[in-house]
Each structure stands twice: as structure tokens, then as C-alpha cells.
Design a protein around this ligand. Structure first.
Ligand code: MLT
Ligand code: ZN
Length: 477
């Protein structure tokens, strides 16, 4: 990378301040500190400034200035990355660009079923705006109250409804992006068909801010569900959960909106650490499945579907016990048990996360084999697998053994990830299903994506960002 001037370069800070004004520039360490640490507290970076532009023109001017000074830029949304994707480096040379002030829903079109939202709109606010127009913005993740549109798209987030609606990528019709040289690409087209050259928008989705900064997007909406049914089931094994998922999909393929797995260990953490969490079924179990059925069709009688499939599963021993939500409050209480998994795990102690995917049918093998591999490596380690069984993405997380120091456990991170990844590779999976690569996993790229694939990625990066100023140190090794 070319020489970068000292980050405290007063010229640059003065020029940035002239663009974004006093409100838009933070330089005091106490003000910048929250932007320098990731949600998991894996990284404590330093930055000379956090710039908070109010609109695309300001952001473009900021990027142009930084590029001109060859000062790296780290885009940051809600700062909920699981892989340090939005955290600056420790050397204090990278400027953080926060999208938080660019938080307007520009429009919602219930006829075209699209919305235009700026990058800094919290995802839940975007969902609410869609709901106000009687539409659904499908993607749902645990951090949606904090995570923002730009970050969700840059990470190509997945979440709980991928089996029905796809990843963030599948919701994007158009984008507005500030390129590494400060040019603005206005690709905010709301077209369902548009075969006019390379599909640029998909290059920026999932690029984790390494190719440019997404400033706004045209998102696809779906019809709002008219009936929703949710059940929490205690099941005897992962294989039983898997078979239950298959049965629901066979019974009514269009109705399954989420199918999540949780191990007893993770459920135990939620019940212990999350105020108000309680188990709606009699006995704690070693395995749980959460199923959500939803349909925009009126009179679809999803309750009957739910009961029919569950009754047969109970008879066949695939389900041990089940609680069916009778109200919206109960539906939310069941979802809370799933959505608080990451937070509860954080409160329990140090954890190593493996956000992996395998073909859906191989999930039981993944959990069985990865558990055995980790227990062999660190006796007493607590496996906490949970996640999106319906699409094959499991968070195969490990919690420190009781009585261990956090630091001693985290020193084993690499060995643990290697052990899990060896199983994942055998099963034809991926080492990062939905959290991305960020700062945590670029070192894994050569082994998993090396050769022609990584070479093409590097060439794309060099073509768009020849000075390497866009979120350096992320994704590419
Ligand atoms: C989730 O689905 O809750 C997350 O992606 C959390 C995690 O990996 O811990
Ligand atoms: Zn997840």
C-alpha cells in the first residue's frame, strides 16, 4: 500500500470537518471509543476520527478526501459484526465513517413492492416502514434493532427466514454506492429485469465495505403474512429436528418461514441470563426446534397444518413435547428464547463462534462430528450449536469449560476453528455462512477460496480500489 500520512494530519481533519460540520466529526477519544470496539469485544482499534456524514454528497466528499490523502476508511453501521468487519485497526491510521445519520426511508411503494432506504436505517425501522404500507421486509436477524441496512447488505446477512426469502442479496434490486475514489454510482433502479452488463450491485453486497460504501438500496418487499403460527418443540435428537423440518416442508412447502435448532446448553444459558425468559414446556430437553409457519393467504388454516404435523411427529417419537403460541405475546416469548442466544452466550463467558453451513441434509452429521472433535480437543468444552437448521447454517459455538479462564480458552480459538472446519470441509460446507470474513477470518481464505477464485477477488479489489483505502485488512488476506 502507498505511504499514508500521519492520521492526525490536521489538513485532512480540518477538511473533513469543513465537509461534515461539527456534528459530523468526532475526534475526542471518549467519543470515538464506542466505534473502535466490536460487539464481541474481540478487537480494540484506534482512530483519529469518526466521520458522520449527513448525506451521500457529504460521504462522497469524505471518501474523496481520504483517498487523496491515502488514508484508509472503515465504514460502520450498527457495529454488530460478529467478525470485526467494521472495527478499525490498532495502528490509529484508519478513519471510521459512520452511516448512522443517513437514516431516511426515502420511499415505500406498495404497488411495486419495493422500498428505498438509506444505509443508516436500522433494519427494524425499515421493517416497520414496510409494515406501515402493509408489506413485509422479510429478512430477520437477532440484531435487527441495531444493525443497519448498509451493514446488513454489506455483510449479506442471512438470519431466520433464509429458507423462504433468501439472504440479503436476494432482496436487493438496486444500490447507490460511493466508490473508493469518491465517485457516486447511482444504481437505484427498481427493476425486476435488467440485463445490461455485469451485475454490479451483487459485487457490493457481501463485500463487507472493501469495494465501496453502500449509501442506499432499493429493497424487494413481500406480501404481509395474514396467518402466523409458532411452536417450540422438545426433540430427542438433531436428526429428529431435521426430519421434523422435512415433514413440515413436505406438508406445505410454501408455509415454512423459519425452522431453527437450539441445543439444550444454549437454551440453559438463555434461561439463566436473560430476564423474563422462561421455558413454555414442562421439562428441559437436550434439543429444541422452533418452527414458524406463515402465509399471505387468508383462510389457509396454518394452525391445522401445525397440529397435524406435530401430532404425527409426537406419535412417531420425533417430538417429545411442544408449546404452540396462542397469542402474539407468546409468539414473541418463544422467539426471544432463540434470539437471545448470542447475548446469553456472551454473558456466560468466552465463546468461540463457528458460523458454518453444510447441505441441509448433513446438519445432524455436522453437529455430531464437530461436537466429538471439539470434546476430544478440549475435554469439558461446552458445545452450543444452534441456528438456521432449515437452510443448513449452524452456529457451532463453543463455550469455555467451567472453571477455565477466558483468556486460556480463547488461546485455543484457532485450534477449535480448525477442528470444526475440518468437519465442515468433509461435509462440503462453508467456513462462514452468514457472518462474513471480516478481520477474523481472512487467514482462512487461501485454504477455502484460493486459486482462481481468490485471484479474481484480488483483481476486482485492485481495479476498484487501487490504493487499498477501502476497509483494508478485511475479507482478503
Ligand atoms: C444468530 O443467528 O443468532 C447469530 O448469527 C448469532 C451467533 O452466531 O452467535
Ligand atoms: Zn444466525
Amino acid at each position: 500500500m502507498p505511504d499514508t500520512p500521519l492520521p492526525t494530519d490536521l489538513d485532512l481533519l480540518g477538511a473533513l470537518g469543513a465537509v461534515v460540520g461539527e456534528r459530523g466529526l468526532l475526534t475526542a477519544p471518549a467519543d470515538t471509543a464506542p466505534y473502535c470496539e466490536d460487539w464481541r469485544r474481540l478487537y480494540q482499534g484506534r482512530t483519529p476520527a469518526v466521520v458522520r456524514p449527513a448525506n451521500t454528497a457529504e460521504l462522497a466528499a469524505v471518501v474523496r478526501l481520504c483517498a487523496g490523502h491515502r488514508v484508509p476508511v472503515v465504514p460502520q453501521g450498527g457495529n454488530t459484526s460478529m467478525v470485526g468487519g467494521a472495527t478499525p485497526s490498532e495502528d490509529g491510521r484508519q478513519v471510521v465513517v459512520s452511516l448512522a445519520r443517513m437514516n431516511r426511508v426515502r420511499s415505500v411503494d406498495a404497488l411495486d413492492m419495493t422500498m428505498v432506504a438509506e444505509a443508516g436505517v436500522p433494519w427494524r425501522a425499515a421493517q416497520d416502514a414496510a409494515a406501515a404500507a402493509e408489506c413485509l421486509l422479510p429478512l430477520s436477524i437477532s440484531s435487527e434493532g441495531t444493525a443497519q441496512v448498509g451493514g446488513i447488505l454489506s455483510a449479506n446477512a442471512g438470519g431466520n427466514n433464509t429458507l423462504r426469502y433468501g439472504n440479503a442479496r436476494d432482496l436487493v434490486l438496486g444500490l447507490e454506492v460511493v466508490l473508493p475514489d469518491g465517485q457516486v454510482w447511482d444504481g437505484l433502479r427498481a427493476l425486476r429485469k435488467d440485463n445490461t452488463g455485469y451485475c454490479l450491485r451483487q459485487l457490493f453486497v457481501g463485500a463487507e465495505g472493501t469495494l465501496g460504501i453502500i449509501t442506499a438500496a432499493v429493497l424487494k418487499l413481500a406480501p404481509r403474512p395474514m396467518e402466523v403460527e409458532v411452536a417450540l418443540c422438545a426433540v430427542p435428537s438433531v436428526a429428529a429436528a431435521s426430519e421434523l423440518c422435512r415433514r413440515f416442508q413436505a406438508h406445505d412447502p410454501a408455509a415454512v418461514q423459519a425452522f431453527e435448532y437450539m441445543a439444550g446448553a444454549g437454551m440453559g444459558f438463555v434461561l439463566r441470563h436473560i430476564p423474563g425468559a422462561s421455558l413454555p414446556i414442562g421439562e428441559p430437553a437436550a434439543h429444541y426446534a422452533l418452527v414458524e409457519l406463515a402465509t399471505p393467504r387468508k383462510g389457509a388454516r396454518l394452525r391445522e397444518t401445525l397440529e397435524t404435523v406435530l401430532e404425527a411427529a409426537l406419535e412417531d417419537g420425533l417430538v417429545l413435547d411442544a408449546a404452540l403460541a396462542e397469542s402474539e405475546a407468546q409468539r414473541q416469548a418463544i422467539w426471544k428464547l432463540r434470539e437471545e442466544h448470542a447475548e446469553a452466550q456472551k454473558r456466560e463467558g468466552a465463546s468461540v463462534k463457528n458460523d458454518v453451513s453444510v447441505p441441509v441434509s448433513r446438519v445432524p452429521d455436522l453437529i455430531e462430528q464437530a461436537t466429538a472433535a471439539c470434546e476430544a480437543l478440549i475435554p469439558g468444552v461446552r458445545a452450543v450449536p444452534f441456528g438456521h437448521l432449515g437452510d443448513g447454517n449452524i452456529h457451532f459455538n463453543l463455550e469455555q469449560p467451567e472453571g477455565w479462564e477466558a483468556a486460556a480458552f480463547l488461546a485455543q480459538s484457532h485450534a477449535i476453528m480448525e477442528a470444526v472446519n475440518a468437519v465442515v470441509a468433509r461435509l462440503g460446507g462453508s467456513f462462514s455462512a452468514e457472518h462474513g470474513v471480516g478481520r477474523l477470518k481472512p487467514g482462512m481464505m487461501p485454504a477455502w477460496r484460493g486459486g482462481a477464485e481468490l485471484d479474481a477477488m484480488r483483481r476486482i479489489k485492485a481495479a476498484l480500489d487501487p490504493w487499498g483505502v477501502m476497509n483494508p485488512g478485511k475479507v482478503l488476506p
